[in-house]
Design a binder for this molecule. Sequence first.
Ligand SMILES: [Zn+2]
Length: 320
Amino acid sequence: MTQLPKYNKNGKTTVVSKLSTRMKYTVTDFMSDFPDDDACLDWLVNYLYPHGVFCIQCDRSTRHYRIKKRKVYSCSKCGWQVSPMAGTIFHGSRTPLRLWFYAIYLMSTNKAGTSAKQIERELGVTYKTAWRMMHQIRTMMEAPDEQLEGEVEIDETYVHANTFKRSSARKRYGFDARRSGEIVVGMVQRGGAVKVWHVKAAGSRVLVPMIRQNVKPGTLIHTDGYIAYRKLPNWGYEHRWTEHGKGEYYREDSYTQNIENVWSHFKRGIRGVYRHIAPKYVGAYANEFAWRYSNRNRASMFWALMCRVGKKHKQYARGV
Ligand SMILES: [Zn+2]
């Protein structure tokens, strides 16, 4: 096997073999990359200001010094202070940065989802803190605005947020419990990303504008036989559908298996990990599962999520 020497970001030599393409970013890698809070802050500063920290007083990138024992940097020319945490999800939090990074690690890599109880136990923070951190991290998991294209599967599903309602709905509506609970609409690009939304109703008045905003015209759309999708060709889409009600699940290449996989994964997560969730957070949880699905082929899902840390921060990082 050919082995190529490669330098990692600390300048140490690591031997990379062909196997490395299948290697995962493990918790050991995490521990060595982020041994303490200072290492986390250094990473954050380097990531947010790749061309040096920008000083708004000097109106240019200048040398900055870390102020001892504080998470603040000071301009060497004028003394103006800048906090790299401002505008990020870490802003105003007293929780150590390393615990934040570890929570991001757990939420990005646990495919079945991570419960607030687990974060509480592993990080040694209170349940309330764990819960708040997770909701902050979920804001980084929002889907990008890009439109889906190629072949897209669209479907809606009913989610029972609460354990009690789940069992009573099952008694009332049968095992399937269709047509009760919170409605989630999903669109998946075959071989690509998935986008999901929690909606109040799923008629064509809701669905058609959503599709027009999120799917490129001319795209081939696969759905079930739901009447609300029938007018899609009027909006410049090619539409194929399968009549699930008649026991038909596969018609030529028209199937919605990908989006149904997303649903079953999401529902298993709610049932097994979250137990019950408030209806108002259904959208946020659905987004979390959608983000992991969309990034499933990334070499490291942890780094894919870490790259979104600065999303809200860009207005501060002007040093480009
Ligand atoms: Zn300055």
